[in-house]
Write a protein that binds this ligand. Structure first.
Ligand code: PBG
Length: 324
């Protein structure tokens, strides 16, 4: 008998064969593109820590959303920056806040674009923490829930399709679901940042969102990177509280977590390919050390293979262009 008997290379021999037997695909309509919206008009300002990412006023954010929609991207995730910050992060639920205005303008200009909003206080509080603080500087979990529910309702009222709480307070999904339902927003879905680690990969984002904590860190609410059983518990709780979809964040260093969540729960899983993952690739590509296109397509395919249904990524427009 000829040797070797088994030749797996037969199924890798040509592009036609490879695409026929490929197990995972990547498409522009699986991607969610984050946008940073700022007050004002006609503002487009690059974010230094994230090449290719900008702060945009509502008018210019709509322009960008139209471009990416034409590339085949069907969803955006909005982050807002306030005019003023205070202890309670009150501008986060202002009806005329940048996010609220952007939601309305986007739904008006592009009715088929899915508009998701990040619900958190860290970009809106003077101290940069994700919640309301007690007198001794700790986060008051339960007082924060009311505030988060107000933010979510203000986004739903502006027309958001999904709200995505990223604060990691206990009980926020239930508080938000209850408030949305009470106000009649029963069709607004909750994409919970159920599994959010206390990650150094958020570094570039905090410059983009001006949301670094003035003191301390986020380790009393975001998860320890060493844990995975805890991730399953967080997902179970959020689903019980009424989350429609769950997120794992970051993505690339947490593929095992994406896989574990996918295997255990019958709900859509979204992976967040975060700012640090993005900027590392951008920097290495700029230095000529990696092939950006190849590295990004490989990394995002790996997230899909691990079990992500959709991926939030700053690379979305690049990817859509590469795949076209
Ligand atoms: C807000 C929030 C953060 C990110 C998304 N929502 C920052 C943080 O938790 O410190 C990070 C996104 C990224 O790094 O791309 N709480």
């Amino acid at each position: 008998m000829a040797f070797p008997v088994h030749r797996p290379r037969r199924l890798r021999s040509t592009p036609a064969v490879r695409s026929l037997v490929r197990e995972t695909d990547l498409r522009a309509d699986r991607l969610i593109y984050p946008l940073f919206v700022v007050p004002g008009r006609d503002v487009v300002e690059p974010v230094a820590s994230m090449p290719g990412v900008e702060h945009r006023s509502v008018d210019r954010a709509v322009e960008r959303a139209r471009e990416v929609f034409e590339l085949g991207i069907r969803a955006v995730l909005l982050f807002g920056l306030p005019r003023t910050k205070d202890e309670q992060g009150s501008e986060a639920f202002a009806p005329d806040g940048a996010v609220q205005q952007a939601v309305a303008a986007l739904k008006d200009a592009l009715p088929d674009l899915l508009v998701v909003t990040d619900v958190c206080l860290c970009a809106y509080t003077s101290h940069g923490h994700c919640g309301i603080l007690t007198a001794d500087g700790r986060i008051d979990n339960d007082a924060t829930l009311e505030q988060l529910a107000r933010v979510a309702v203000s986004h739903a009222r502006a027309g958001a399709d999904w709200v995505a709480p990223s604060d990691m307070m206990d009980g926020r999904v239930a508080a938000i679901r209850r408030a949305l339902d009470q106000e009649g927003f029963t069709d607004t879905a909750i994409l919970s940042y159920a599994v959010k680690y206390a990650s150094a990969f958020y570094g570039p984002f905090r410059e983009a969102a001006h949301s670094a904590p003035a003191f301390g860190d986020r380790r009393t609410h975001q998860m320890d990177p060493a844990n995975v059983r805890e991730a399953l518990r967080e997902v179970a709780l959020d689903l019980e509280e009424g989350a429609d979809l769950v997120m794992v964040k970051p993505a690339l260093a947490y593929l095992d977590v994406i896989r574990a969540v996918r295997q255990q729960f019958p709900v859509p899983v979204v992976a967040y390919n975060v700012s640090g993952e993005y900027s590392l690739v951008k920097a290495a590509a700029r230095l000529g050390w990696v092939d950006e296109r190849a590295v990004v397509l490989e990394a995002l395919t790996a997230m899909r293979r691990a079990g992500a249904d959709a991926i939030i990524t700053y690379h979305a427009p690049d990817v859509a262009r590469w795949l076209a």
